[in-house]
Design a protein around this ligand. Structure first.
Ligand SMILES: *[C@@H]1O[C@H](CO)[C@@H](O)[C@H](O)[C@H]1NC(C)=O
Ligand SMILES: *[C@@H]1O[C@H](CO)[C@@H](O)[C@H](O)[C@H]1NC(C)=O
Ligand SMILES: *[C@@H]1O[C@H](CO)[C@@H](O)[C@H](O)[C@H]1NC(C)=O
Ligand SMILES: *[C@@H]1O[C@H](CO)[C@@H](O)[C@H](O)[C@H]1NC(C)=O
Ligand SMILES: *[C@@H]1O[C@H](CO)[C@@H](O)[C@H](O)[C@H]1NC(C)=O
Ligand SMILES: *[C@@H]1O[C@H](CO)[C@@H](O)[C@H](O)[C@H]1NC(C)=O
Length: 934
C-alpha cells in the first residue's frame, strides 16, 4: 500500500535506505543468477597469468590468459566461466607430463614448471552453453586425476560504458587542459570476472594471479599488487606493458585493475608492514582528499588489531572516480574505487567499510553467494566497531539504536516488509547485526574479538560459511569459559538468524518468594496476533539482569539463558521495594514487559533525581517498550502513559524520539475519537514547557542533542496545532502564495501540512488553486507535495468532498489516475480523510462504480482506503451495512473489504478496552497540569 510510504514521508520517518544494503541485495541476486552454473570441481585452477589490453577510446579490450589447472576427477571436459559476450578466438591445452613420461617430439617450453614437459592435448570440440556463461572444451580422451594442464585462451570483449561493472570505461574533462580523459577500471563483484576473461569464477578457487596490463604511455595502471616491471609493447610504440607482482591466492572477484590519468598522493603508512598507500583523484579534487590517508591509517590500525592480522597486501590504491556509476564502492583487493563524494565523506564509515572487506571478502571470502549475507552483516558490524573505537564513545549517539527501533517495528507487523524485498533485505541484515552485537555483549568484547581472530586465522586465503563464524566464537567462548557447556554459539545464533521475527519476554515477579517467571513469545504489534506457527517460534535468549539494589549496566554476562524454553523461573530477586530490568541497554534485540508493580517501581525511580543512574539507552528502551506493548494490546495503556511522565525532566533527544513516534502512531490509532483531542492537549502541555525551556532559536555553540530536540519539539507542536507555530506557518504560506508561481521560495515543506490542517478554508482553497493552475514550468515534485498534503492533512469533510467532486465526479482534466490514487491513499492518513471518503463512496456508489469499472487498481485502492481503517463500533456498523447493501458488487475488492471487516473488529475490541482507560488518564493529567498556553 502506497499510503504508508507517503505518510511516512510526511511525518519524516524516512526509511534510511543506505548504500550499504545495496551490496547484500546484489549478492543475493548473484546467488540466484549463478547457482545453475556451478562448476563441477573436476578440474581446478592453480594459478592464472592474465594479459589484458583495453582500448578505452574504442570501447573494447583484448586479452590472453594462461591458466594452470589440476585434474581432480577423471573427466574429458574442461568447463570454464566465460560470458556470452566474451569472444574466445583461440584456445589450446597442453598437458604437463612428469619427467620420464616425455613424449617424442615435445620441446621444453619456458621454465615453469621446470621438470614438466608440455604436450598438446588433442581437442575434440568446444561449445558455449546457451543463455549461460559456460565455455566447455572437450578433449579426445579422459584425463586422470592428478594430471596437470595449461590452458591458453585468447579473447576479446566490450568495455562496459553504461554501468560501472566488469571492465568498464568512462571519461571526464580535465579542467587544466580541457581535454577528454579516459579511464578503465574493473568491478568484478559479485560474479563479473567471467565477463572479462575465461576463468573459474567462483569464490572458492583462490589461487595466485600474475596480471599484466597494456596501457598508453601517458596513463598509469594499478592492480592488486605493486608493479614489478614495465616493458615495451611488442607492436605498438606508444604503448607499454606493466607487469604486476604475483598475488597471494585470491578469488577471481577480488581482481582489480585501474588505468587512468588521475593524479595521486602517495604515503608510506607507519603500521608494521610499511604499506604503500596511494589516493587517486582528478587534479581539481585532490585537495578534498588530503585527510584520507589519516582516516585510512587510523582505521587500518584498529582493523589490524581487531583481526590480529596485518593488512594482507603490501600496498593499497584508493581511487575517487568521476562519473562512477555504481551505488557502492568496488572493493577489489588492494584497489578500492569510490565516488568522489564518498572519499570526501565527513566521517569514515564508507572508507572503513571498504577496508573491512579487504580482510572479510578478499583475504577470506564467503564460500558461495548465499553466505555473502553474513559477510555483509559481519563487515557492517566490524565497521561499527572500528568507528566506535575511533570516536569517543557516546552512548546517546549510538547509531545502532534508531535502527533497532525500525527493526522492532518491521518484524512486529503481520506482514513484515509489506512484500518489499529492499526493506526485507536491510531489515534482516540489521537484525543479524544486532545478533552479533548481542554476542559481543554476552560473551564480552575480549572473547568476541579473540573469536574473530580465531576465525580469520583459520579461514584466511580460504572461504567460509556462516557456521564458521559461530564455530570460532564458540571455541573461544569455551576457552574463556563464557558459556555454560550445554550451550553453543551456533545454536544461539541460528535461533535468531533463521527466524524473521523477534521475541517478547514477559517478566512476572513474585514478590513473596523473590522469584520471577520469564515467558517468551513472538513480538507482534499489529492485530490480530494470529500469525501461523507461533507456537514453534522460540529463541535462545540471554537474560541479562539489573537489580535496583546493585545497578551495574556494564556487565552483559547473562544471569541465565532461556534455552528455547517457553517459560523459566529465576530466583534470588530483590523484594517489592526494588525494581529489576531485564535486557538493559538493548543487549538482545527483544522487547520486555513486566508486571504492574515492577513498572510502577521503574516509573517512580525514573521520576526521582536518581534517574540518570539508568543510562540513556535503557531509559529509551523502557519508554519504547511500554508504549509499544500498550499499542499492541499487551500492557495497560495507563501504565504506558504513566511512563511518559518521566519525560518532564528528560533532556536526551534519543529518549524523546521514542515519544515523538508515539505521538504519531498512537495519534493515528485513536484519530477520530474525542480522546485524540485530549491526547493532543496532553502532547501540547508536555512539549510547550520543553519548547519554552529550549528557546525558540538555536543558541551559539549548543549541542546537537539540544538542536535536534528543539527542531523535533517544534515540528510535533506544529503538527499538534500549537497556535504560535501554526501562525508562523500560515505567514510563510501567505508569502509563498503571493510570490511568483514559478518558484517556491521560502516555504518550508513541513509548513504545508499544518496550514492545510489547522488553517482556514481559504488557505486550503489557495493550495488547490495552485494545483489546478500549476505552471507548466513548475517542478512536478512541488505539485506532488501540494496534492499529497491537501489530501492527507485535511480534517474538514467539506474540503475532502470538494476535492473528490472535482477529481472523481467532474473528472477534471488536471488529475491523472496516479493523482487520484495518491489522493485515496493520502486520505487514509487520518480519520476525517477515510470517513469522508467512505461517505463519498456510499453517496456516489453508482457513478463511482461505473467510473472505475475498467480500473481495478483504482477501485481496489478506493475500497481499501475507504472501508478498512475504521476502529470503532460505529465504523464497523457503517462498513457492515455497506457490505450487506452492496453484496456482490465489490468485484476485485471483495476480499479487501472482507479482510477489512475482520481488522475493524479487532481494532474495535482494542478501542473499547483502551479508549476509556486513556481518556481517564488524560482527563486526570489535563486537570492537574497547567493548560495556560494551549
Ligand atoms: C597456445 O596458445 C597460445 C596463445 O595463443 C600460444 O602462445 C601458444 O603457442 C599455443 N600453444 C600451442 C601448443 O599451440
Ligand atoms: C556506450 O557505447 C555505445 C556503443 O559503443 C554507445 O552507443 C553509447 O552511447 C555509449 N554510452 C555511453 C554512456 O557512453
Ligand atoms: C562490545 O561489548 C562491550 C562490552 O563488553 C562494549 O563496551 C562495546 O562497545 C561493544 N562493542 C560494540 C561494537 O558494540
Ligand atoms: C505478499 O505476497 C504474498 C505472496 O506473493 C501474498 O500472499 C501476500 O498477500 C502479500 N502480502 C501483502 C501484505 O501484500
Ligand atoms: C499511574 O501512576 C499513578 C501515579 O503514580 C498510579 O497511581 C497509577 O496506579 C498508575 N497507573 C498504572 C496503570 O500503572
Ligand atoms: C459535491 O457534489 C455533490 C453532488 O454533485 C454536491 O451535492 C455537493 O454539494 C458537492 N460538495 C462540495 C463540497 O462541493
Amino acid at each position: 500500500m502506497m499510503w504508508r510510504f507517503c505518510t511516512l514521508l510526511i511525518f519524516g520517518f524516512q526509511i534510511s535506505v543506505n548504500g550499504h544494503m545495496k551490496r547484500s541485495i546484489e549478492l543475493i541476486a548473484a546467488h540466484e543468477m549463478v547457482s545453475q552454473e556451478k562448476l563441477s570441481g573436476d578440474t581446478i585452477p592453480t594459478s592464472y597469468h592474465l594479459f589484458l589490453q583495453p582500448f578505452p577510446a574504442d570501447g573494447y579490450f583484448e586479452g590472453t590468459v594462461r591458466i594452470n589447472v589440476m585434474v581432480n576427477n577423471k573427466s574429458d571436459v574442461i568447463i570454464l566461466h566465460a560470458d556470452q559476450d566474451l569472444q574466445i578466438h583461440n584456445y589450446n591445452i597442453t598437458q604437463l607430463l612428469p619427467p620420464g613420461k616425455k613424449m617424442e617430439g615435445t620441446k621444453m617450453v619456458g621454465n615453469e614448471p621446470e621438470l614438466y614437459h608440455p604436450t598438446p592435448l588433442k581437442l575434440k570440440s568446444s561449445k558455449r552453453v546457451k543463455n549461460g556463461s559456460l565455455f566447455i572444451m572437450e578433449h579426445a580422451s579422459p584425463l586422470e586425476p592428478g594430471a596437470k594442464l595449461q590452458l591458453y585462451l585468447q579473447f576479446s570483449g566490450k568495455l562496459f560504458n553504461e554501468t560501472s561493472e566488469g571492465m568498464f570505461r568512462s571519461s571526464y574533462v580535465d579542467s587544466d587542459t580541457k581535454t577528454k580523459k579516459w579511464f578503465v577500471s574493473t568491478h568484478m563483484r559479485p560474479a563479473m570476472a567471467r565477463n572479462v576473461f575465461p576463468c573459474y569464477d567462483e569464490p572458492m578457487y583462490k589461487v595466485p594471479m600474475v596480471v599484466s596490463v597494456a596501457r598508453l604511455k601517458t596513463m598509469t595502471a594499478v592492480s592488486n599488487m605493486p608493479r614489478e616491471s614495465t616493458k615495451p609493447h611488442e607492436t605498438m610504440d606508444d604503448w607499454v606493458w606493466d607487469i604486476f607482482r604475483k598475488s597471494p591466492p585470491m578469488s577471481t572477484f577480488s581482481l582489480g585493475i585501474a588505468i587512468s590519468e588521475l593524479r595521486h598522493l602517495s604515503y608510506r603508512l607507519s603500521s608494521d608492514k610499511n604499506i604503500h598507500l596511494r589516493v587517486w583523484t582528478r587534479s581539481d579534487f585532490i585537495t578534498e582528499v588530503k585527510n584520507v590517508s589519516e582516516k585510512v591509517e587510523a582505521s587500518l590500525d584498529v582493523l589490524e588489531k581487531f583481526w590480529g592480522c596485518a593488512f594482507p597486501l603490501p600496498k593499497l590504491d584508493i581511487l575517487a572516480l568521476p562519473n562512477y556509476k555504481s551505488k557502492r564502492s568496488a572493493d577489489s583487493w588492494g584497489v578500492i574505487l569510490l565516488n568522489e563524494s564518498d572519499l570526501s565523506e565527513q566521517g569514515s564509515w564508507i572508507i572503513t567499510n571498504e577496508l573491512v572487506y579487504q580482510w572479510l571478502g578478499s583475504l577470506t571470502s564467503p564460500l558461495w553467494w548465499s553466505h555473502a549475507h553474513m559477510n555483509h552483516v559481519l563487515a557492517n558490524y566490524v565497521t561499527t566497531y572500528v568507528i566506535k573505537k575511533l570516536n569517543k564513545p557516546d552512548p546517546s549517539r549510538d547509531w545502532y539504536i534508531s535502527t533497532l527501533y525500525s527493526v522492532y517495528y518491521e518484524f512486529s507487523k503481520r506482514y513484515p516488509y509489506s512484500n518489499n524485498t529492499h526493506i526485507e533485505h536491510y531489515t534482516q541484515s540489521d537484525k543479524n547485526e544486532f545478533v552479533l552485537r548481542m554476542l559481543n555483549y554476552t560473551l564480552g568484547e575480549k572473547t568476541f574479538v579473540h573469536g574473530m581472530q580465531r576465525f580469520m586465522s583459520d579461514r584466511k586465503f580460504d572461504t567460509f560459511t556462516e557456521d564458521d563464524i559461530w564455530t570460532s566464537l564458540n571455541e573461544q567462548a569455551r576457552v574463556d569459559k563464557k558459556l555454560p557447556q550445554a550451550i553453543t554459539v551456533n545454536e544461539i545464533a541460528a535461533s535468531w538468524i533463521s527466524v524473521q521475527r523477534l521475541p517478547l519476554v514477559t517478566v512476572t515477579r513474585n514478590y513473596q518468594d523473590m522469584t520471577a517467571y520469564l515467558r517468551q513469545k513472538v513480538y507482534l504489534r499489529d492485530r490480530p496476533h494470529d500469525i501461523p506457527d507461533q507456537e514453534k517460534l522460540l529463541w535462545w535468549i540471554p537474560v541479562v539482569l539489573v537489580k535496583q539494589d546493585k545497578m551495574n549496566f556494564d556487565d552483559g554476562t547473562p544471569y541465565t539463558w532461556m534455552k528455547k524454553e517457553r517459560e523459566i523461573r529465576i530466583d534470588n530477586l530483590p523484594g517489592d521495594d526494588s525494581f529489576i530490568i531485564v535486557n538493559p541497554e538493548e543487549i538482545g534485540p527483544f522487547v520486555v514487559n513486566y508486571d504492574h508493580h515492577n513498572w510502577a517501581l521503574l516509573l517512580e525511580y525514573l521520576c526521582s533525581e536518581n534517574r540518570e543512574n539508568i543510562p540513556v539507552l535503557t531509559r529509551t528502551k523502557l519508554l519504547h517498550d511500554a508504549w509499544n506493548l500498550a499499542y499492541a494490546g499487551d500492557l495497560n495503556f495507563a501504565t504506558a502513559l504513566n511512563m511518559t511522565l518521566f519525560l518532564k525532566n528528560e533532556r536526551e533527544f534519543v529518549v524523546w524520539e521514542r515519544f515523538f513516534t508515539m505521538i504519531d502512531h498512537v495519534g493515528r490509532l485513536i484519530d477520530g475519537s474525542p480522546v485524540h483531542t485530549k491526547f493532543r492537549t496532553y502532547v501540547k502541555i508536555l512539549l510547550t514547557s520543553l519548547y519554552e525551556e529550549l528557546g525558540k532559536e538555536p543558541e551559539k555553540g549548543e549541542s546537537d542533542n539540544i538542536a535536534n530536540l528543539r527542531r523535533a519539539t517544534k515540528r510535533w507542536l506544529l503538527s499538534a496545532g500549537y497556535e504560535p507555530l501554526v501562525r508562523e506557518a500560515q505567514e510563510s504560506f501567505k508569502q509563498w502564495i503571493e510570490s511568483s508561481d514559478e518558484k517556491t521560495p521560502g516555504l518550508h515543506q513541513s509548513y504545508l501540512c499544518p496550514v492545510f490542517k489547522w488553517g482556514t478554508l481559504k488557505e486550503w482553497n489557495l493550495g488547490l488553486e495552485r494545483v489546478l493552475q500549476f505552471p507548466a514550468t513548475g517542478k512536478s515534485e512541488d505539485r506532488f507535495y501540494l496534492l499529497k498534503n491537501l489530501a492527507g492533512c485535511s480534517v474538514d469533510s467539506q474540503k475532502i468532498e470538494k476535492m473528490l467532486n472535482i477529481t472523481v465526479l467532474e473528472q477534471n482534466g488536471n488529475f491523472t489516475d496516479e493523482d487520484i490514487s495518491l489522493i485515496f491513499d493520502m486520505l487514509t492518513a487520518g480519520a476525517d480523510g477515510y470517513k469522508s471518503l467512505f461517505s463519498f463512496l456510499r453517496n456516489n456508489w453508482d457513478i463511482v462504480k461505473v467510473r472505475f469499472e475498467k480500473k481495478p487498481n483504482l477501485w481496489n485502492t478506493l475500497i481499501d482506503s475507504a472501508t478498512t481503517l475504521f476502529k470503532t463500533q460505529d465504523g464497523l456498523d457503517l462498513v457492515s451495512e455497506l457490505y450487506v447493501e452492496k453484496q456482490g458488487e465489490f468485484g476485485t475488492a471483495e476480499s479487501l473489504i472482507k479482510k477489512g471487516l475482520i481488522k475493524i473488529k479487532e481494532e474495535t475490541k482494542w478501542s473499547n478496552e483502551n479508549l476509556p482507560v486513556m481518556e481517564k488518564w488524560l482527563d486526570q493529567y489535563i486537570k492537574t497540569n497547567d493548560v495556560r498556553s494551549v
